[in-house]
Structure formats: structure tokens, C-alpha cells
Write a protein that binds this ligand. Structure first.
Ligand code: OSB
Ligand code: MG
Length: 371
């Protein structure tokens, strides 16, 4: 498979409602779509970096530079017989995981299309449907949060994740638990706390949360170990895990009992597959996280969640939770708390090219020089 060119589009997409975490409020997404072109086929990948480096060190603008200056040019003149070659070729470059994953994902899509495999099949997934959870942003009041959790439970989501931050934590979670004694709920702190807060987390044990996601620093593995040994609620690591090696070390140290894989954060599908095997073999809970993706990123997330090691509901809500119009057709829909894994070859959805063009604020193409 020879790539003729790669196009990177920067898109601005308004979200249906603002999404607040401990690090920012997002009202729209500023993201990149990567297109890998070969022989009339296009493979699509999404770069999940956000506008400012508040979640990880990557930002939309810096990912675009990394793609243009050194990530895409690495494929010049390469004959790609399998997408593993892409991750291998990019491995000398440190980090830049979201930028790398966007290109690698586009090549996986292209390869799956050419092999007549569904994206899930090409990744090694064999589930016919995946369980879906909802991530709810920080609300102003307990009443608003209770309403949102009730709506999520009514809609059939298999579990509800509640974003927390100092001052918006135990009172809010207790109010929700009092209202919904049996709903599977969890909390995500996006690294807003420190070991000084051990007592706060120990007191939350009585709420029977499924897990508490990334309570401590974004780059920490050691302090999470101390926290995990002081509380019963399982810790799930998100921000701290950038690779299979990070996952191995966190598991070995006892820093978490669950891992959230985001394809972008760990640098791609190949790395996600390695983490899936590690978690499966270690008996660690695993689920697919989300970064408020468009339908393109969502298609990749649903496909990776089809691997057997992904044994907990993921943050892969349907299109209508985020967008008035998604950039794919049909939109991703949820049925009884599940999303069907597409079986058709390639991405599994048609990309709405005209809408993609309309939403594009800038773009560049790199010729990979195939004669
Ligand atoms: O920490 O999981 C997170 C969104 C943006 C940045 C970080 C996170 C999130 C979410 C949303 O929780 C998940 C989704 O619905 O895509
Ligand atoms: Mg998280």
C-alpha cells in the first residue's frame, strides 16, 4: 500500500452543550482530521488534542505542527503492508502521542478498507456491540447534576461518570447517591487532588462508586499507589498512562485496578492493543475513554472497545450527545445502552465530505511522492 498524500484539516465544531471538567469548560471542539489517500480510497483518523495543553502536553496547534514537520514526512517513500509499520516508524519520536495516533488511525482505516475488513476486525475485536457509559461535566448545582444523572439512567447508559473538582465533589456525589441508590456511578477528578486529600477519598468509599478516575497528578504513578492502598474504591488511571510500559508499571505498583485507554493518549491502536493484552492477563478492568470525538474518532473508539479485554462500559456516547449534526452517516446511535459494532469494510460509516469541508477552518496536504 503506497500512500499518495496525507491531508490534515483543522475543524471547529460547536457542541450541543458546554462540557466542564476540573481543567476547563469546552463549548466547541478545535480538532484535526487526518486523511490518508491511496488509490482512490481515503482512511480517516482524528487527533483528539484540545485547543490548549490543559489535559496533556499536546494542543491542536502543536499536533498540527508535529504532523506537518516530522510525523507525516516519515512515511515518504514507504510501502505500507501493515499499519504496524507506521507505529514502528514513528516510535523513535518521543511522545506526541495524539498526533502520531491520528496518522496511524488513518492508515488503519485505509488498510481495513483495502483488506475488506471492518475497523473492529482489523484491530482484532470480535464483539458485536459495546457497552456505553456517559460522562457528565461539572454542574453548578446538585439539582442540575441529579437531573442529568437521572436522564442518563433513563436513556439506558450502563454507567454514569460524574466530573468532580475541589468544592464540587463529596456533597455532589452524596446527593446523587441518595437520589439513585442503585445506579452505577463513578467520579473523574482529572488530576485535581493530592495526597493531602486521602481522607476525602476514604470517606467516599461508602458511596460504592465503581471507581475514581485520575484523582492525583496527571504524571503520577507513585502517589496513586499510596492512595489506592488507603481506599477500597478502585482507582482508574487516565492521564497517567501513555504507553503499555506505563500500564505495566502502574499495575505492578498497585497504583490502579482499572485503566482507561484513549487511543490518542497512548499513541495509537498498536499501543492500545498491547495495553489490552496486559490488562487482560493481569485481570485489570479496562475501558475506552473519550475526548468528545466526532463520529470519526468515535468509530475508532467503538472498534477498539470491541476487543475482549475492554470489559467495562466506555465513554463512547452516541453522536446526539455531542453534536446537532455529526460528520458521519449514519450517526452513532445507542440501543439499550449499547452501540452496535459496524461489520462493513473500513470505517463503518460514510464521511459527510460536504459538511467536513464546511467545518474546515484550515488545512494542508503533504505529497508523499509516489510516482
Ligand atoms: O478525562 O475522560 C476525560 C473529555 C475531555 C477531556 C478529558 C476527558 C473527557 C471526558 C469526556 O470525560 C468523555 C466523552 O464523552 O468523550
Ligand atoms: Mg478522565
Amino acid at each position: 500500500m503506497k500512500l499518495e498524500s496525507v491531508t490534515v484539516r483543522r475543524l471547529k465544531m460547536e457542541m450541543l452543550e458546554p462540557f466542564t471538567t476540573s481543567f476547563a469548560t469546552q463549548t466547541h471542539r478545535d480538532l484535526l482530521i487526518v486523511e490518508a489517500h491511496s488509490g482512490g480510497d481515503i482512511g480517516y483518523g482524528e487527533c483528539v488534542a484540545i485547543a490548549l495543553p490543559l489535559y496533556s502536553e499536546e494542543a491542536t496547534s502543536t499536533a498540527a505542527v508535529a504532523l506537518e514537520e516530522f510525523i507525516i514526512p516519515t512515511l515518504r517513500g514507504q510501502d505500507i503492508s501493515h499499519p504496524f509499520q507506521v507505529s514502528e516508524l514513528l516510535s523513535p519520536f518521543k511522545r506526541n502521542n495524539m498526533a502520531k495516533a491520528a496518522l496511524e488511525g488513518a492508515v488503519w482505516n485505509l488498510w481495513a478498507t483495502k483488506q475488506s475488513l471492518s475497523l473492529a476486525e482489523s484491530f482484532g475485536g470480535n464483539k458485536s456491540a459495546v457497552d456505553v457509559g456517559l460522562s457528565i461535566g461539572i454542574k453548578e448545582t446538585e439539582a442540575e447534576l441529579i437531573e442529568a444523572v437521572g436522564a442518563a439512567a433513563d436513556a439506558g447508559y450502563k454507567r454514569v461518570k460524574i466530573k468532580i473538582a475541589p468544592g464540587r465533589d463529596d456533597k455532589f456525589l452524596r446527593a446523587v447517591r441518595a437520589e439513585f441508590p442503585d445506579t452505577p456511578i463513578m467520579a473523574d477528578a482529572n488530576s485535581a487532588y493530592s495526597l493531602d486529600d486521602v481522607e476525602l477519598f476514604a470517606a467516599l468509599d461508602e458511596l460504592n462508586l465503581l471507581m475514581i478516575e485520575q484523582p492525583l497528578a496527571h504524571d503520577d504513578i507513585v502517589d496513586h499507589r499510596h492512595l489506592q492502598s488507603s481506599i477500597r474504591t478502585p482507582i482508574c488511571l487516565d492521564e497517567s498512562i501513555h504507553s503499555a510500559e506505563d500500564a505495566r508499571q502502574a499495575i505492578e505498583l498497585g497504583s490502579c485496578r482499572i485503566i482507561n485507554v484513549k487511543i490518542g493518549r497512548v499513541g495509537g491502536i498498536a499501543e492500545s492493543q498491547k495495553i489490552e493484552r496486559i490488562c487482560h492477563d493481569a485481570g485489570i478492568g479496562l475501558w475506552c475513554g473519550g475526548m468528545l470525538e466526532t463520529g470519526i474518532g468515535r468509530a475508532h473508539n467503538v472498534a477498539i472497545a470491541a476487543l475482549e479485554g475492554f470489559n467495562l462500559p466506555g465513554d463512547t456516547a452516541p453522536s446526539s450527545r455531542y453534536w446537532s449534526e455529526d460528520i458521519i452517516e449514519p450517526e452513532v446511535v445507542m440501543d439499550n445502552g449499547q452501540i452496535k459494532v459496524p461489520t462493513v469494510a473500513g470505517l463503518g460509516y460514510r464521511v459527510r465530505r460536504e459538511l467536513l469541508e464546511q467545518l474546515t477552518t484550515s488545512s494542508f496536504s503533504i505529497d508523499l511522492g509516489v510516482s
